[in-house]
Design a protein around this ligand. Structure first.
Ligand SMILES: *[C@@H]1O[C@H](CO)[C@@H](O)[C@H](O)[C@H]1NC(C)=O
Ligand SMILES: *[C@@H]1O[C@H](CO)[C@@H](O)[C@H](O)[C@H]1NC(C)=O
Length: 428
């Protein structure tokens, strides 16, 4: 088995590189076309399929401004029909709500004039009802710049006082060098800092970097950040470790994003299972059965050609993870659900994601719509999820983000027609 693995790995490397370019218009991330070399995978996939929740009640949940009851978790949610425009251009939006109530969005405009990519920040001071263009994190030529994510540092980790009270922020993103045919030659997860509330930015550090030659073409993607119990920044990202095999890594910064610990592979799946984990996002919750504070991570998992959603739980502030289980796997062997991001909503949880489950002719990730699923909270390490997703935005709608913006209210954002937009989701 091991021999087969190595052989196939080497032989598909060149293929993987050329096909990446074709997928590049999805912009947000390279969904690598690795097919698993392991015959055992088919078997593994059947196991995963068998874990699927009981058949769904196939009500068409395409309604907005209407409260939908989810008896399976005894809760009610609605998606507003009003759509808020975040900017005139860009994709892969991610929101950050600052301590003073300001909401910032980071989005990327890839290759605006064929060569230059720009990462921009929009700002809302009215709770997400209107946004205006605020600043630029970075622009670069002939680079693969994307997957922006913002976080405000807690006062203990920032120079807030010295800087007249303006929040200190970190923006993390992928910043890869490309050769003249658009293939990556150098991979980075980079961090920029702002000491004036997001108005100006300076590239501050590389969380991780490796040449494509050294990594044998395997890249790093999709940073996410949260603040740990000691006030440190915990940055998690996806790192390819083999064909069809990707893991989540974690690095810490105790100096506000200027330097990082060596990234640690969190080993969210066993070494022998080539599952492509990615697009993770994390929230803190309280386990209502055992009273412990826990973290919930939502992630996508690609096995073979299709993607589904999993979650996993940490009781030690994100150092180790357990109780991995499924959130959602659409019906139909060729249908995918991926790119999940989670937020607290009241005493529950919302996960927004994209799925092509309604398309007749599958072309993942191109024909996806943004949808939402809900949980009523953690009970002894286990989450129950609604079975039938609520539509947030019609296809083509990509790479959603979500953040809690008020009592029983979250805002989902997504890229649609090359601009970032959002809708509010409410728990009744
Ligand atoms: C794209 O814009 C940058 C400035 O942001 C400029 O330096 C570059 O020459 C432009 N490229 C093309 C092909 O217009
Ligand atoms: C989940 O984790 C809790 C707490 O560690 C444990 O008691 C429980 O048995 C686990 N449940 C499953 C289904 O793994």
């Amino acid at each position: 088995m091991r021999l087969i693995f190595l052989f196939n790995f080497t032989s598909i490397l060149s293929l993987a590189t050329s096909e990446r370019v074709l997928l590049d218009q999805s912009a947000a991330r390279r969904d690598l076309p690795y097919e698993s070399p392991l015959p055992a995978l088919k078997w593994r996939r059947n196991i995963v399929r068998a874990m699927k929740p009981t058949p769904r009640d196939l009500r068409p949940l395409q309604v907005r401004d209407t409260t939908t009851e989810f008896p399976e978790i005894n809760a009610k949610f609605s998606v507003e029909s009003t759509e808020y425009k975040i900017s005139n251009a860009g994709g892969y939006p991610r929101l950050a709500k600052l301590a003073d109530g300001t909401i910032l969005s980071v989005q990327t405009l890839p290759k605006v004039n064929g060569t230059t990519s720009i990462m921009q920040v929009s700002k809302s001071t009215d709770g997400g009802k209107s946004f205006s263009l605020f600043s630029e994190v970075i622009r670069a030529q002939n680079k693969d710049l994307d997957n922006g994510f913002l976080i405000e540092l807690p006062p203990s980790q920032s120079t807030r006082v010295e800087k007249h009270g303006a929040p200190v922020l970190i923006a993390a993103y992928r910043n890869h060098d490309l050769d003249s045919s658009g293939n990556p030659t150098y991979f980075r997860i980079a961090a920029s800092r702002s000491e004036d509330g997001g108005r100006t930015w300076k590239e501050a550090s590389h969380v991780f970097e490796i040449s494509a030659e050294k990594s044998q073409g395997m890249g790093v993607w999709e940073p996410f950040m949260r603040i740990g119990n000691q006030g440190e920044v915990q940055l998690t990202y996806s790192g390819e470790i083999g064909p069809g095999n990707q893991e989540t890594f974690r690095a810490l910064s105790r100096d506000g994003g200027k330097s990082w610990t060596e990234p640690v592979n969190l080993r969210l799946h066993s070494k022998d299972e080539p599952m492509r984990d990615g697009m993770q996002s994390i929230i803190s919750v309280k386990d209502s059965e055992n009273g412990r504070v826990a973290l919930v991570m939502a992630l996508e998992v690609k096995i073979g050609a299709v993607v589904h959603l999993d979650y996993t739980i940490s009781y030690d502030d994100g150092a180790s993870w357990q109780n991995r289980s499924g959130i959602y796997d659409p019906e139909g062997d060729d249908k995918s659900a991926g790119a999940p991001q989670v937020a607290n909503i009241g005493d529950g949880i919302v996960v927004v994601f994209m799925t092509d489950e309604d398309t007749e002719h599958v072309d993942w990730p191109k024909k996806a719509a943004t949808k939402a699923l809900f949980s009523d909270g953690l009970k002894n390490g286990v989450l129950a999820w609604t079975k039938n997703p609520l539509l947030v935005d019609e296809s083509p709608s990509w790479w959603p983000g979500v953040v809690e913006i008020g009592d029983n209210e979250a805002m989902a954002v997504y890229g649609h027609d090359n601009s970032p937009r959002g809708r509010r989701i409410k728990k009744q």
